[in-house]
Design a binder for this molecule. Structure first.
Ligand code: SF4
Length: 288
């Protein structure tokens, strides 16, 4: 439904996401990386909020630029953190934002769909818990009947039990999803395939279960081992985590415990064990 093809993105002429190709396919897609990896920038491009410096975002068989914007805004809805709710608006008003006057009677049904009592429509955001507010944000996105939700860290501000309930809710919805997160445990539940980003580049992509079971890139391995449980703080990779991405060769080489002379040459994505990986030593990582 949405596809990034050779997309480079940046701000003020400086690229921060490099040559990414990514298909949003059935079963959910995860976009994983630590802060600064470029995942939110890519999400903004998928929402049409940022124009690629090169490459294209495709929506069906048209580029996003040429697509029917009304249809696109109905089909593709963002779900950000609950803090995005207007504190002055009543909950019912927030949920109804994308509805016409004649459709506002659907607010109670939408609140019920996300597990909230319809009576909460009269309250304001500060009268709700964090988990309830996140449900309101999801209800607001669902109101227009989207085909795809773009979820940016939808549960990271919530405590563990509430996170688990929100994930159950998301898993039960009949809507495709692109999930942006630092947390591999979250993608494990919601996404059939995943892309791991480091310094704006895809370093590993493939079936989520494979990436979790047998990572082939040292960065995926480090992320998996850093915080496997829900509710933890954002992970950073092991090793010299203070090191910046290298400007030449493999961007991960200043952190990588396996870095070798060959890594002064930038690795291209290649097929290894059923996934794409950009590492000269992927076979060594897989071999343990
Ligand atoms: S290419 Fe080299 S430096 Fe980069 S991740 Fe692989 S082993 Fe590490």
């Amino acid at each position: 439904m949405l596809r990034a093809e050779g997309v480079t993105l940046g701000y003020g002429g400086t690229p921060v996401v490099h040559d990414v190709t990514l298909d949003i396919t059935e079963g959910g897609v995860g976009l994983i990386g630590e802060s600064g990896s470029g995942k939110t920038t890519l999400a903004r491009a998928f929402l049409g909020l940022l124009t690629p410096m090169s490459g294209n975002i495709w929506y069906g068989d048209q580029t996003l630029k040429k697509a029917d914007q009304r249809r696109f805004r109905k089909d593709v809805q963002p779900v950000f953190q609950a803090e995005a709710l207007d504190p002055r608006m009543r909950i019912g008003g927030s949920v109804a934002e994308g509805l016409s006057r004649g459709e506002r009677h659907r607010v109670p049904e939408l609140l019920r769909q996300v597990g909230l009592a319809p009576e909460l429509a009269e309250r304001r955001p500060h009268q709700l818990s964090g988990g309830q507010r996140q449900r309101v944000v999801i209800a607001r996105a669902l109101a227009v009947g989207p085909r795809l939700l773009i979820l940016d860290e939808p549960t990271s501000a919530l405590d563990v039990t509430v996170q688990a309930r929100i994930l159950d809710l998301l898993a039960s919805l009949d809507t495709e999803r692109l999930l942006i997160t630092h947390n591999l445990a979250v993608v494990g539940r919601l996404c059939r395939t995943s892309h791991v980003l480091f310094a704006g580049r895809v370093v590993e992509a493939g079936p989520t279960a494979e990436l979790l079971d047998r990572p082939a890139h040292p960065y995926t391995l480090a992320l998996r081992d850093a915080v496997p449980k829900l509710g933890g703080p954002p992970p950073v990779a092991r090793g010299r985590t203070e090191a910046r991405p290298a400007e030449t060769g493999c961007p991960f080489r200043l952190r990588c415990p396996l870095a070798a002379a060959a890594c002064e040459r930038a690795p291209a994505l290649r097929e290894v064990a059923g996934r794409q990986v950009a590492c000269h030593r992927a076979e060594d990582v897989l071999g343990g």
